[in-house]
Design a protein around this ligand. Sequence first.
Ligand SMILES: Nc1ncnc2c1ncn2[C@@H]1O[C@H](COP(=O)(O)OP(=O)(O)OP(=O)(O)O)[C@@H](O)[C@H]1O
Length: 298
Amino acid sequence: MFRGISISISFSRAPSLSSPLFLHRQPSAVLRRPPIRRKSKPFPNNSTQVRCFSPTPMMGDTWKPKPTIPVIEKATKPELFRALESALGSSFSSDPISPAPNPLIIVISGPSGVGKDAVIGKLRESRGENLHFVVTATSRPMRPGEVHGKDYYFVSKEEFLDMKERNELLEYALVYGDYKGIPKSQIREFMGRGCDIVLRVDIQGAHTLRKKLKDSAVFIFLVAESEAKLVERLIDRKTESKEDLLVRIATAREEVRHVKSFDYVVVNADGKLDEAVKLVESIIDAEKARVRRKCAAI
Ligand SMILES: Nc1ncnc2c1ncn2[C@@H]1O[C@H](COP(=O)(O)OP(=O)(O)OP(=O)(O)O)[C@@H](O)[C@H]1O
């Protein structure tokens, strides 16, 4: 008797279709329900079978006739919709089944010359305002074509060290004799607006960020298809002195060994920038669709 009662109660509170329990609860309840033995007043149609499939309450005196579902071919969509609601005992919710994903922090790193700026530039074009590229502060001189506040915040060494003292940087490093650092304020501001955040850091920076952010950010490592292609790219860029070139290439050799600390590796092959960008976009989309979502606090 008690088993019968508990089953009928769970039926009377019919889950909405959006409930993940819906598909599992109903059939198992139907299968497990014991035969009903009643001493008095049988149901109007005298059929325990029908009552098993009815979502209306089984206890009490308020027997309601079972709602009928119209013939699909003859009913309009709204008619069917309402009949299904009535049969299940609750209206269908238009609330999103899955809440909006949290803003994501995407850390993009890789050896010098691999194409970090090129990939991020395209990503910004395609994602628009939904993605904020955190402009790094740097004490290195501006290269031809670079814009202050867009590519970097170009500051003096003294200004940079002041920012560091005031704890305004999420991460900073001395790279090839110049300071580079990520201002915290920008991340907080844009995450607050619901934007995904892209951080562009060297391997040293990625290592520090991994320690700070752990698994709350996505770490992507960009590589060229080969060492030779990376060297060609750096030569073609014509922005480094021969001494600088040597240091960057020697460092790149060492850096590719750190790929294991990243979540994803993306090959930015010669002439295939768009493919690399597409893969990065897929990674972002997949990460945002995860059931156990990342939630970074800065
Ligand atoms: N897929 C690609 N095919 C050909 N050239 C590319 C590709 N990706 C980037 N480049 C070119 O390679 C050069 C290096 O790219 P970029 O400056 O973006 O590298 P980076 O990783 O940001 O370097 P750094 O860390 O030294 O600033 C640039 O001249 C860029 O236009």
